[in-house]
Design a protein around this ligand. Structure first.
Ligand code: FAD
Length: 296
């Protein structure tokens, strides 16, 4: 699988073998024309998806994809994490996404590493320069952060600990990303900060999830979606239009390759990718009239 793609794709590990089959036999083939640089696979906080993450990573590797398993220490001890890292190394994995994760309530983390920067250091100590490590960044600032500049300071700490790049939490206000990148550069961060993009499909779910992770859905998007409450087709088209415009603005500004949160769905990522010229069969640019005509 070519490694020079112009985006990356994120999947969660399916719970069942039927779900994995769907991902491998339907979703991935539909997305393959995007030529992703790599596919990442999430990891349930506290190790909840340890086995299914490993199974999904293994299946993607067998198909020839460059895979970036997500990893967080949760309540696991250092030995468990090191075992997982070494297993990935032996399998030929060369990327990791290192995260703190969010422990479920009641899970004791007293003995564990507390911040993602410590996991980055741990990976570097265990495996040297083997892995290309990505970490999480928050243009609208992590909900627990003590302040805007402090959050950037802690992002720099993760990168200084040895991470190579950052991938952002999703956002719909493009100015938040541009301002964040400017402030990161002012703070001395030189690594790429890849925009994480969440297509809009199930808006009610998106609202719930956004409230929990501190990502803002602009009021005008919520209001327009309310207009389409009884018209799922128009809601879908509007979601495509909004996210395609967002991606086009990022690409035009020279942002590093986009990381798509696919939610294990080929659509709407494929349609967005066609709209912005990342995939054949669409308009070259989001400014093209096809995009503006997508919502009647
Ligand atoms: P950290 O970088 O440790 O930051 C967490 C908080 O601690 C921030 O508020 C930060 O400001 C603060 N902080 C950091 N260092 C210090 C310090 N030294 N002193 C005081 N405060 C500090 N979650 C999952 O469970 N599984 C996944 O697969 C997953 N994938 C993700 C992928 C991406 C691209 C993103 C953006 C998020 C992902 N998440 C995932 C969610 C993530 O785990 C949560 O947002 C989590 O709350 C923070 O993780 P982090 O790695 O950013 O933590």
């Amino acid at each position: 699988m070519a490694k020079d793609g112009n985006c990356s794709l994120e999947f969660f590990p399916p719970k069942s073998s039927a779900g994995l089959d769907t991902l491998l036999c339907q979703t991935l083939p539909a997305l393959a024309a995007l030529n992703p640089e790599y596919c990442s696979v999430t990891y349930g906080a506290g190790g909840a998806t340890r086995d299914t993450t490993v199974d999904t990573v293994t299946a993607l590797l067998e198909l020839g994809y460059d895979v970036a398993p997500h990893l967080s220490f949760g309540s696991d001890d250092h030995g468990v994490i090191e075992g997982l890292i070494r297993r990935y190394q032996d399998q030929g994995v060369s990327r990791l996404v290192a995260l703190r994760g969010d422990l479920p309530p009641g899970v004791d983390s007293e003995q564990q590493l507390r911040h993602a920067s410590e996991l980055v250091s741990f990976i570097r100590q265990a495996t040297g320069d083997h892995f290309d490590i990505a970490v999480a960044a928050y243009p609208e600032i992590h909900p627990e952060a003590p302040g805007y500049e402090r959050d950037i300071h802690f992002l720099k700490e993760k990168l200084d600990a040895g991470a190579n790049t950052a991938v952002t939490q999703y956002f719909y206000n493009v100015e938040s990303y541009f301002y964040f990148v400017d402030r990161c550069m002012a703070a001395g961060i030189t690594q790429s900060i890849h925009p994480g993009i969440m297509p809009i499909s199930n808006f009610a779910n998106l609202q719930r999830f956004s409230a929990a992770c501190g990502a803002e859905i602009p009021r005008w998007i919520t209001a327009r979606m309310a207009d389409f409450a009884d018209d799922p087709q128009s809601a879908h088209a509007f979601g495509i239009e909004v996210v395609s415009q967002l991606c086009a603005t990022l690409i035009d500004s020279g942002a590093p390759p986009i990381h798509f949160y696919t939610m294990n769905q080929a659509e709407p990522v494929c349609t967005i990718a066609r709209q912005i010229g990342l995939m054949e069969g669409g308009s070259k640019h989001a400014g093209d009239s096809a995009l503006h005509q997508s919502v009647a």
